[in-house]
Write a protein that binds this ligand. Sequence first.
Ligand code: ZN
Length: 155
Amino acid sequence: MNNRQAAHDGLNDAELSQLYQEVILDHYRRPRNKRDIEDTTHTVTMNNPLCGDVIDLLLSVKGGRIADISFKGKGCSISLASASMMTERLKGKSVDEALALSGTFTEMLHGDPAAAEATELGDLRALAGVSKFPVRVKCALLAWNCLQELVGPDA
Ligand code: ZN
């Protein structure tokens, strides 16, 4: 290990970006919550024609809380990894908490450095680098647009 690595908790920038890529690929290859759910209260299908991504989001909302959440669909690694990480992060959250996380995630993808530091995003921060690729931002936001469509302020 060299000094530069030691100054970054053992990870240099290249290794950090490699780690993030592995998180994204892991969710792409082994998507979480890609299944049916019981007692679906909300469902929508949205697509991103620029890339060909299609996401169905399913919610079971009980008492203002996301009792269960899942997704189906097809698309690129960014769109599916974002959907998979989103379902893991939002299950059990209140609708208000979910929408607040959606706002922070969207700010991160629009390049807000403070949002990219938000620990409540968890693994979703692995997608911060996507903000440098405007065409892919739509991929990362697709599942979140479904959420907004189902329970957002204009729903
Ligand atoms: Zn895509």
